[in-house]
Design a protein around this ligand. Structure first.
Ligand code: S3P
Length: 447
């Protein structure tokens, strides 16, 4: 039975400081790299969400020892170096809802002597895996059934891996990071030419002293990695997730007379497109108390209600750095003065659900005129004075956590009576979402 919430009140004005849960991308990368390091690695504030649990459970099945002390907020992972997974017969690894789990973890299995079955939930089983099985096949791994591009899939690795030259044109960090992880297991130099995308894996490789060189060339990055070099265990503090923060940023912008500080958030430039876009729309979001941490940037995000957002012709160069935030950006555009355009976003319909289509559907439902531009964009006619007073229902059958969170923020800022199904989907990425709304921001939600 799907869980649902009822919201029939807008949020009252607030002036608060909050912390959001740990960054999902960094949490998954920490776990995977720690599993290949030599010795005990420790993460503080690792995200305790279902996507990260999927990674941890898969690693445990591969024989990796993991102790998670949730009271101290510490997770310890004991690695035995490269090529140290214990491959049992008939192993099944389930990524559940997490594309990052499956695409990155599979890359560390390209030397498995056993056939491993990789599965996922209904949403993940619809998503394209060719984007990762193709480059991994070039390293020498085999996938079955041949030419199948969706899960379930079987992988069998090889003893004779060869480094590859890989061209990445989607701006996908999952593809780039997958190839980077595969290169660790492969003797020789792997060369990646890629469109810029989130660069946490690069920062971690540098911090771990894995031999990596990165150059910029025109609009591409060239990454060269020398494989088969063991690296030592490490300690890491996971900052707050900018993708989770984005919902609270827009909540504040669209609420009256409110202020919010979100403490200790990861503000790596390859992730802060949402702030750049909202500031171009007239928001005044500030980053204060900036710090550098092992290659990453951390800051407190300061945001205030906005009296007047304006429309945007969104520069496509910001697309990859805001890729998970477009649903909530569309909501801001719905309340902005003028017509907004978002283009070259074909990747958006390839996420946990078809998010471009969802954006259009939810905006239509609340009376915001919009038009899809081919399969890659959307034109939104903003209505700054939009106030809702009808009943709205969101049935999110692929349980997309970001559809759920965006609908909740719409309900809290626009009014009307909302019934939002599959509210537990938030546990995929942001388990404290409702707690923050209720305990920190004083909201009443009926479940
Ligand atoms: C992620 C990269 C993005 C993003 C996903 C997490 C990552 O996917 O949408 O939620 O951690 O590398 P793509 O790299 O495929 O765009």
């Amino acid at each position: 039975m799907s869980k649902y919430i009822i919201i029939n009140n807008k949020i009252k004005k607030f002036d608060k400081k909050i912390e959001v849960d740990g960054d999902k991308s960094l949490s998954i990368r920490f776990a995977l790299l720690a599993s290949q390091a030599i010795g005990k690695s420790t993460a503080y504030n690792l995200l305790k969400s279902e996507d990260v649990f999927s990674v941890v459970n898969c690693l445990k099945k591969l024989g990796v020892k993991i102790r998670w002390n949730k009271k101290n907020n510490l997770c310890e992972i004991i690695g035995n170096g490269l090529n140290s997974y214990a491959y049992k017969k008939n192993l099944i690894l389930n990524g559940n809802n997490s594309g990052t789990c499956v695409r990155l973890l599979t890359s560390l299995l390209i030397n498995s002597p056993e056939k491993i079955k990789i599965t996922g939930d209904k949403s993940l089983s619809k998503r394209d895996m060719k984007r990762i099985t193709e480059p991994l096949s070039k390293f020498g791994a085999s996938f079955y059934p041949k030419n199948k591009s969706t899960l379930p899939l079987y992988i069998k690795g090889s003893n004779y891996l060869t480094p590859i030259h890989y061209l990445e044109l989607k701006g996908s960090s999952q593809c780039k990071s997958g190839v980077m992880l595969a290169s660790l297991l492969t003797e020789g130099e792997t060369i990646i030419k890629c469109k810029p995308s989130r660069n946490h894996t690069e920062h971690l490789f540098k911090y771990l002293k894995i031999p990596i060189k990165i150059k910029k060339k025109n609009n591409f990055e060239i990454i060269k990695i020398k494989g088969k070099k063991n690296f030592n265990s490490f300690k890491y503090i996971i900052p707050g997730d900018i993708s989770s923060s984005a919902f609270f940023i827009v909540l504040t912008l669209l609420s009256k007379n409110s202020k919010l500080i979100i403490k200790k958030v990861g503000v790596n430039k390859s992730r802060t497109g949402v702030i750049d876009i909202l500031n171009k729309m007239g928001a005044k979001i500030l980053l204060k108390n900036k710090k550098n941490y092992k290659g990453e940037k951390i800051a407190d995000i300061h945001v205030k209600s906005s009296k007047s957002l304006k429309s945007i012709n969104c520069p496509t160069k910001l697309n990859t750095s805001a890729i998970d935030e477009f649903l909530i950006i569309f909501l801001a555009a719905a309340k902005a003065k003028g017509i907004s355009y978002f283009k070259n976003l074909e990747e958006l319909n390839k996420k946990e659900s078809k998010r471009l289509d969802w954006g259009s559907k939810i905006l239509k439902m609340i009376g915001i005129k919009n038009k899809l531009i081919g399969n890659h964009g959307i034109k939104i006619w903003g209505r700054p004075n939009l106030i809702l007073n009808k009943n709205y229902e969101i049935k999110n059958y692929l349980k997309d956590h970001r559809v759920m969170a965006m609908s909740t923020i719409a309900a809290l800022t626009l009014g009307g009576k909302w019934k939002i199904h599959d509210s537990d989907s938030i546990n995929t990425s942001f388990p404290s979402f409702f707690n923050i709304l209720q305990k920190d921001l004083g909201l009443k939600i009926y479940r």
